[in-house]
Design a binder for this molecule. Structure first.
Ligand SMILES: *[C@@H]1O[C@H](CO)[C@@H](O)[C@H](O)[C@H]1NC(C)=O
Ligand SMILES: *[C@@H]1O[C@H](CO)[C@@H](O)[C@H](O)[C@H]1NC(C)=O
Ligand SMILES: *[C@@H]1O[C@H](CO)[C@@H](O)[C@H](O)[C@H]1NC(C)=O
Ligand SMILES: *[C@@H]1O[C@H](CO)[C@@H](O)[C@H](O)[C@H]1NC(C)=O
Ligand SMILES: *[C@@H]1O[C@H](CO)[C@@H](O)[C@H](O)[C@H]1NC(C)=O
Ligand SMILES: *[C@@H]1O[C@H](CO)[C@@H](O)[C@H](O)[C@H]1NC(C)=O
Ligand SMILES: *[C@@H]1O[C@H](CO)[C@@H](O)[C@H](O)[C@H]1NC(C)=O
Ligand SMILES: *[C@@H]1O[C@H](CO)[C@@H](O)[C@H](O)[C@H]1NC(C)=O
Length: 408
């Protein structure tokens, strides 16, 4: 009999001991009363026809103190604060990274002694360390975290002595107004359109590298129609954080960002290493091929040392996306996330762009990843034409414990 189980008694005993101010009103149906919404603007982003901006902004505005984050959204806005449609400026991605830095660093060296606090995902070498991040789909993708869960940040006991917690935003935007010769090519960072042949360190790019982030670095220009001139413009990333002050009744979530290009390199004598390429190339299916079968399927597997309950899931893909699905070891679907394409001109519904990804909010306690379970990520793109620089990421939020019985 569940009602008489020891757990139940223990959780009621705990309820009497711990004051759960945040959710004491949950039973009254108004837990959202305490959620605060903060809206911030990134520093100015200067663009012009065909121009790329891919910059890091250190120590950006963010809610301070020990808090639970409940959602994070972002979009590009113009000087009047108006939403900018993707046809005008493509938001390739934005990511926000949590870091710690000594309090006494000189004001003019923002990169001094930074210690990044990464998410729980597996990629190494500094890839995909962000807490939050999306791309063109940002306006149409839900990011709310249900009660009583939250992402814990700013806990003083996790900040080393003498350090403070800060946030950096990286924004990658491509101005594709009017004059660009090939809009899809520009947003897929095709090397021939950017006339880029070397990477950031000056090393020549492989001739097999057709496109991706190496070919649309900061300040590069995508090829314009001959003689095209257009005005410069100034934008900001407007980002909205929902949060409330930390409370012992909030159940913390772990963020995992999984990458379909992740390859676990196991070699003798060294510890296994996750190599993530983040981007890849989708080759076109051959001509005359049954076109309804023109799909590119990638799969990779991740052993999860520590499991937990999946509270939220979403995929991240680019144009050409068909579906992304995360499977458990038994082959059951943990979460499937499907792109939504726009069919108009207005911001949030731009024709031909991925303007949203469907999300998963499994009923509490129903989707459990076991400790040691191997997950498989499957990313599907349409390949009736080639695509360069595509991504296949999957974000999941995992609770290692469930709330006490009375909150279920
Ligand atoms: C900051 O403090 C640390 C020790 O707390 C010290 O080693 C370092 O030199 C200081 N840096 C500056 C710029 O004052
Ligand atoms: C800033 O700090 C970083 C890391 O400590 C160092 O590599 C870099 O040279 C510094 N830059 C300046 C301008 O002092
Ligand atoms: C492309 O780059 C090469 C060498 O960097 C330069 O000579 C050439 O003029 C550039 N082409 C265009 C169209 O910008
Ligand atoms: C791009 O141009 C800006 C302004 O001239 C400069 O501050 C920035 O360092 C440049 N970015 C790169 C990667 O060179
Ligand atoms: C795997 O790791 C070994 C040893 O560190 C290295 O020599 C090899 O290049 C790596 N392989 C890949 C595919 O990265
Ligand atoms: C193409 O493939 C689909 C599914 O694989 C099949 O249902 C369809 O009959 C095929 N069409 C042709 C013309 O072969
Ligand atoms: C994914 O591909 C299937 C099969 O070709 C198709 O029926 C479906 O509409 C596609 N979904 C999206 C979002 O493109
Ligand atoms: C490829 O498929 C997408 C959606 O499945 C469609 O919108 C597009 O027109 C197709 N492109 C070509 C070249 O057939």
């Amino acid at each position: 009999m569940r009602f008489l189980s020891k757990d139940w008694v223990v959780s009621w005993a705990l309820l009497l001991l711990v004051s759960c101010t945040t959710f004491s009103s949950a039973s009254l149906g108004k837990p959202e009363n305490k959620i605060k919404t903060s809206v911030f603007l990134s520093p100015k982003i200067e663009l012009g026809p065909g121009l790329v901006s891919n910059k890091n902004y250190f120590d950006v505005d963010f809610p301070r103190g020990h808090i639970a984050i409940k959602s994070f959204n972002a979009e590009l806005v113009d000087e009047a604060g108006k939403s900018v449609p993707l046809q005008e400026v493509y938001l390739h991605h934005w990511v926000i990274v949590r870091y710690h830095q000594p309090k006494n660093v000189s004001q003019n060296n923002q990169t001094d002694n930074i210690v990044i606090v990464r998410n729980s995902g597996f990629c190494q070498d500094g890839f995909l360390v962000q807490y939050f991040g999306l791309g063109s789909e940002t306006r149409g993708t839900a990011t709310d975290i249900p009660d009583p869960f939250g992402i814990e940040v700013g806990n003083p006991s996790e900040i080393p002595y003498g350090f403070e917690e800060k946030w950096l935003i990286n924004v990658h935007a491509i101005d594709t107004r009017g004059g660009v010769e090939d809009r899809l090519g520009c947003i897929e960072c095709r090397c021939d359109l950017y006339n880029v042949t070397k990477d950031a360190d000056g090393n020549p790019l492989s001739p097999y590298y057709k496109g991706g982030l190496d070919c649309c670095p900061d300040n590069s220009t995508c090829r314009l129609n001959k003689g095209f001139k257009g005005p410069k413009r100034t934008l900001n990333l407007k980002y909205t954080v929902k949060w409330f002050s930390w409370d012992n009744c909030v159940v913390p979530l772990k963020i995992y960002i999984l990458d379909v290009t992740d390859v676990l390199n196991v070699s003798k004598g060294v510890s296994p290493k996750h190599n993530c390429k983040v981007e890849y190339q989708v080759e076109p299916c051959s001509k005359g091929y049954n076109s309804s079968a023109c799909i590119d399927v990638r799969k990779t597997s991740f052993p999860m040392q520590t499991g937990g309950y999946v509270i939220y899931g979403v995929g991240h893909q680019h144009v050409g996306a068909n579906e992304s699905t995360l499977y458990g070891q038994d082959g059951g679907v943990i979460c499937s996330s499907i792109p939504k394409y726009g069919n108009g001109n207005e911001a949030g519904n731009e024709k031909g762009y991925v303007v949203g990804m469907s999300t998963c909010y499994p009923r509490r306690g129903t989707i459990k990843i076991k400790d040691g379970e191997t997950l498989t990520l499957e990313i599907i793109y349409s390949n009736n034409q080639s695509h360069s620089g595509v991504m296949g990421l999957f974000y999941i939020l995992v609770a290692e414990q469930l709330p006490h019985q009375h909150l279920l």
